[in-house]
Design a protein around this ligand. Structure first.
Ligand code: GDP
Ligand code: CA
Length: 319
């Protein structure tokens, strides 16, 4: 079976680990990763979501943190601080730096982000084909109003420095309107047997991928069933501040509202947590098949069970 999954960082990566445990060796998984979180620091290109997927599936992730490398050290960051060079709020450890150096060196030499990602994956062997959503530069910005007035800041500044404590007024995927899907992305979607939306952030992860012209249209037109899993349980994100960016796009932070915002034109099936069993009928009334199953990714086996439930629902809605 050919499975295509759109993925952000932690939520996407953890789900993919369960999916890999649930499928067989004959199944092929293509992951279309969000690059809207990418940031240029110290002349280096940092791709947080691609790296989280790569490190998580390749066994190099810092488990508790959910991002960055295991057994990390911070000498470079300390040295930068001595020079008074920030940003201090963004954590790039020494081992992680190597990834960004290799990536940036290859990009400077003329390779595309897809080619670089493939090269990095030679080391990490994530067990999936990892494609960036686009080789073109896309950067999510967030409009806020603070003591400096109304302005747009980089998503990482909003998320990591401000912890989304200020209201987001708009989410702007800068560059998305002219970006092209990376090679292989549209082909993988068209050839998929199943398309999955892991419980990734619906706005700044999945939403950004869908904002690349052609990708939303390809998913909607794909013959494969499309099934998503809710990142919202009991009216709140399981982890992080997804409610803040959902509010910016006028969507309530509920499993039901997120499903209906994707809409029946895009997704055929939706999984909510058992805590949200009460919203199944409303999702189904919106034309989306819905089931309530445990959706907490407490360990790989629990996550594999979620993946099995998503694949089972895909079979039920297959046209
Ligand atoms: P990010 O790029 O690192 O923010 O990661 P993603 O966009 O891939 O995923 C973030 C989303 O994962 C958040 O909105 C969380 O609510 C969701 N999430 C994290 N852990 C769990 C879990 O155990 N179960 C579910 N259903 N969602 C989760
Ligand atoms: Ca992210």
């Amino acid at each position: 079976m050919r499975i295509v999954a759109l993925a952000g960082g932690i939520g996407g990566a953890r789900f993919l680990r369960g999916l890999l445990a649930a499928v067989g060796p004959q199944d092929e998984i293509t992951v279309i990763g969000n690059t809207g979180d990418d940031i240029h620091l110290y002349g280096l290109k940092v791709c947080p979501d691609l790296d989280t997927v790569m490190y998580t599936l390749g066994g190099g992730i810092h488990e508790e943190q959910g991002w960055g490398r295991t057994d990390e050290t911070w000498s470079i960051k300390a040295e930068m601080k001595e020079y008074g060079v920030g940003p201090e709020w963004f954590g790039l450890g020494d081992r992680d730096f190597a990834t960004h150096l290799v990536r940036s060196q290859m990009l400077t030499a003329g390779y595309t982000l897809s080619q670089v990602t493939e090269a990095l994956c030679v080391r990490w062997k994530p067990g999936v084909r990892l494609l960036p959503m686009s080789d073109d530069r896309v950067e999510t910005h967030v409009r806020i109003t603070d003591e400096q007035g109304s302005r747009a800041i980089h998503f990482q500044e909003y998320w990591v420095r401000l912890h989304a404590a200020v209201d987001a007024e708009a989410i702007i995927p800068v560059g998305a309107d002219t970006a092209k899907p990376a090679p292989g992305v549209l082909e993988a979607i068209a050839a998929a047997d199943v398309i999955l939306f892991p419980p990734s952030n619906p706005v700044v992860s999945i939403g950004t991928i869908l904002a690349v012209p052609g990708i939303r249209e390809a998913v909607a037109a794909a013959p494969a069933p499309v099934v998503g899993l809710s990142p919202i349980i009991g009216g709140a994100p399981v982890r992080g501040m997804a409610d803040k960016v959902l509010a910016a796009v006028g969507v309530e932070a509920t499993a039901e509202a997120v499903a209906l915002n994707y809409g029946a034109a895009l997704i055929d099936g939706w999984l909510v947590d058992t805590a949200d069993e009460g919203s199944v009928a409303a999702v189904e009334a919106g034309g989306i098949a819905c089931r309530a199953v445990p959706l907490l990714m407490t360990d790989v086996e629990a996550t594999a069970e979620m993946a099995r439930a998503a694949l089972a629902l895909a079979e039920q809605v297959r046209k």
